[in-house]
Design a binder for this molecule. Structure first.
Ligand code: PMP
Ligand code: GLN
Length: 386
């Protein structure tokens, strides 16, 4: 007879539930709401890119890619990065293709963080950062960014740095607020970490989505920061292919060596025909050079639609998200309001409190404007009735 007692699994991530993106997208689809919650484009990627993937599949590029990524794609990334930022990464030793930025973020954190190490997290923060720190035994140390500016208070960061600080996580342009780093931010960070054993993970997945003439100040453009930074990118945001889950990490050789040890056993390698297709597609920079105008127009369609409403906001500086304050409308928590708006007026958004570890509720919702204009106009019209 079977008499043993089944062991109970103790979660390593006891506070983690289903991500808000899944929760809101599911609710939106159940009630037939316009889904401006989870961040993904509501339009398709280029048929040319699809054609390239098909071509490579038909040519038989269907087996494992090299662990580090196919050479043509690493070379195309090196060339693009040099043209854009004037920083040379060696495709053989400093560029790794990953299965989305999410994998690269995890591997970068795992490369550095050991049990007891502290990691500075500027919050609101993208939801994959803290679980990656905790699974590696690290301790998140939070610095709070507040509306309406969400700028980094460098004095607070200074106070949070200790002998145990091992990493600082950066995200510019920022999800969910759209805040984009300035050269002053880069200088302040460099000064704080100088002479300390601190590394950086810079999540730059929205590098091509900046508005009103702003420039993306990648951490790689500051030589002192570049030496210590894992720069993470994603093709998902740039080419409207979030479902393909393909990204990359640029980092100096010593960092990349460690990063690849982890990447090798997380996923080993990334989908082959898509890598070849992207290597070709990257040869034409207009594909991403047109993104700022394309998304700025969409941001403005949404903002124009909200003009007569009681929502207030500062136009997003970058990313494809707009945060909006509803203070003048209701006292409800942002979570309650997000659920109610989805069910009653059929527009889904993300409550920004979910990006803070203590669920700070500043009465702000995040809307994704990577949607067709007619959808944005209809959503704004519904929101204006509140
Ligand atoms: N970082 C940020 C800030 C994001 O917004 C996202 C996705 N929306 C990711 C990382 C993950 O990118 P990927 O889908 O390439 O894993
Ligand atoms: N990054 C996307 C967002 O912020 C969602 C990604 C996901 O669903 N995990 O909405």
């Amino acid at each position: 007879m079977h008499s043993s007692i089944a062991p109970r699994l103790t979660s390593k991530l006891p506070n983690v539930g289903t991500t808000i993106f899944t929760v809101m997208s599911k609710l939106a689809s159940e009630v037939g709401a316009i889904n401006l919650s989870q961040g993904f484009p509501g339009f398709d990627c280029s048929p040319e890119l699809v054609g390239l993937v098909e071509t490579y599949m038909r040519k038989g590029f269907n087996q494992y890619a090299p662990m580090t990524g196919v050479p043509a794609l690493r070379e195309a990334l090196a060339q693009k990065t040099f043209e854009q930022y004037k920083v040379a990464y060696n495709p053989d030793t400093e560029i790794t293709v990953t299965s989305g930025a999410t994998e690269a973020i995890f591997a970068a954190i795992a490369s550095v963080v050991r049990p007891g190490d502290e990691v500075i997290v500027l919050e609101p923060a993208y939801d994959s950062y803290v679980p990656a720190i905790e699974l590696n035994g690290g301790v998140p140390v939070y610095v709070t960014l507040t509306p309406p500016q969400y700028a980094v208070d460098w004095e607070v960061v200074r106070q949070k740095i200790t002998a145990k600080t091992r990493m600082v996580l950066v995200n510019t342009p920022h999800n969910p607020t759209g805040y984009t780093w300035t050269t002053d931010d880069l200088n302040q960070l460099a000064e704080l970490i100088r002479d300390r054993p601190i590394w950086l993970m810079s999540d730059e997945v929205y590098e091509h989505i900046l508005f009103d003439g702003r420039t993306h100040h990648s951490l790689m453009t500051h030589p002192e920061l570049q030496e210590r930074t894992f720069v993470v990118g994603s093709f998902g945001k740039t080419f409207h292919i979030t479902g393909w889950k393909i990204g990359y990490c640029l980092a100096p050789a010593e960092l990349t060596t460690e990063f690849r040890k982890i990447h090798q056993y997380l996923t080993f390698s990334t989908v082959t025909p898509i890598q070849y297709a992207l290597a070709d597609y990257l040869q034409n920079p207009t594909h991403y050079q047109q993104l700022p105008d394309f998304y700025q127009r969409k941001r403005d369609v949404f903002l124009d639609g909200l003009k007569g409403s009681r929502f207030t906001c500062t136009p997003a500086e970058g990313s494809f998200f707009q945060t909006v304050s509803y203070k003048a409308i209701t006292d409800e928590s942002d979570y309650e309001l997000a659920i109610r708006l989805t069910k009653e007026i059929r527009v889904a958004a993300i409550p920004v409190s979910v990006f803070y570890h203590q669920k700070n509720d500043y009465k702000i919702l995040r809307f994704c404007f990577a949607k067709d204009d007619a959808i944005l106009q209809e959503a704004a019209e519904r929101l204006s009735r509140l």
